[in-house]
Design a protein around this ligand. Structure first.
Ligand SMILES: C[S@@+](CC[C@H](N)C(=O)[O-])C[C@H]1O[C@@H](n2cnc3c(N)ncnc32)[C@H](O)[C@@H]1O
Length: 265
């Protein structure tokens, strides 16, 4: 892979191909690198280490039908199952879902796993009380407004939707945890995705950039009411680097945005 990522327009097809290929091929590496931090049975919202056990962003979950969108190894859904929720874990990537199945065997906490695209959720309308994701799907699809509409559809009236994603202001900087990542080099208003390429020039990884206003407009446009926007602070003593998330940058500006919204009753 070339070492020069760029901000580049991609077609919906290129975006989908890169995302699907990346998450299948990278699943082993992702879990080897981050699995211990995420835990087998735990809901961690972000590299800052904010955990649902402390944050309660989903509200009471006991007896609730919960959908995780872009579950990766599904440790979050397993944690919710231990809290009495009836959780379903969905992901596009078969590689990630293999890790989800293995995590279920290791921990002896299992949840239903579904392979599907967040852009077309294979569930009846109003079938969940809560939907959520920690960095799943939303930052990787070119049409996140459709994800918002799909989640809105599958939630019952009054249902809650919480998702974390890279904080939009991060895309002003290079994808670098060190001091080179402290200098603003991109326009906040440049909506082109961050793309990594193979030597052939084919896109192999991408992350979409939306401004805070874009994200709020997509939520409200789907029919949601926004209840909170959480910007987790970098905790004192937390030294773990995760990709471009580092204590150096985390002490200066936010790395994660967590949107908490609900479908009106
Ligand atoms: C950064 S990982 C996060 C995984 C997990 N939530 C975690 O905290 O480890 C992003 C996940 O989103 C999934 N994903 C990407 N695009 C998707 C889509 N269109 N529909 C469903 N899942 C998708 C990937 O396969 C991957 O598992």
């Amino acid at each position: 892979m070339t070492a020069t990522p760029a901000r580049r327009d991609l077609s919906a097809d290129e975006s989908r191909r890169a995302s699907r290929g990346w998450w299948d091929q990278d699943a082993d590496e992702y879990q080897a690198e981050h699995g211990a931090f995420l835990g087998d049975v735990d809901l961690c919202w972000c590299p800052e280490g904010l955990r649902e056990a402390d944050a309660s962003l989903l509200g009471p979950v006991e007896g609730k039908r919960v959908l995780e969108v872009g579950c990766g190894a599904a440790s979050s859904s397993r944690w919710l199952a231990t809290q009495g929720a009836s959780a379903v874990a969905l992901d596009l990537s078969g590689g990630m879902l293999r890790h989800a199945a293995a995590g279920g065997q290791r921990s002896r906490v299992t949840v239903p796993l579904v392979q599907a695209d967040a852009l077309a959720l294979p569930f009846a309308s109003a079938s969940f009380d809560i939907a959520f994701t920690a960095f799943g799907a939303v930052p990787f699809v070119d049409d996140s407004a459709t994800v918002m509409r799909e989640v809105f559809r599958v939630l019952r009236p009054g249902g809650r939707w919480v998702f974390s994603a890279t904080h939009p202001m991060r895309w002003v900087f290079l994808d670098d945890p060190g001091s080179d990542g402290l200098v603003a080099v991109h326009s906040y208003f440049d909506r082109r995705p961050y793309v990594e390429f193979a030597d052939s020039g084919e896109a192999t990884y991408l992350e979409q950039h939306r401004t805070l206003g874009d994200r709020i407009r997509e939520l409200v446009g789907a029919g949601f009411v926004l209840d909170d926007l959480v910007e987790p602070e970098w905790p004192e003593g937390h030294e773990q680097v995760w990709g471009q998330w580092s204590p150096l940058r985390g002490r200066l500006f936010p790395g994660t945005a967590i949107f908490r919204a609900h479908k009106p009753s």
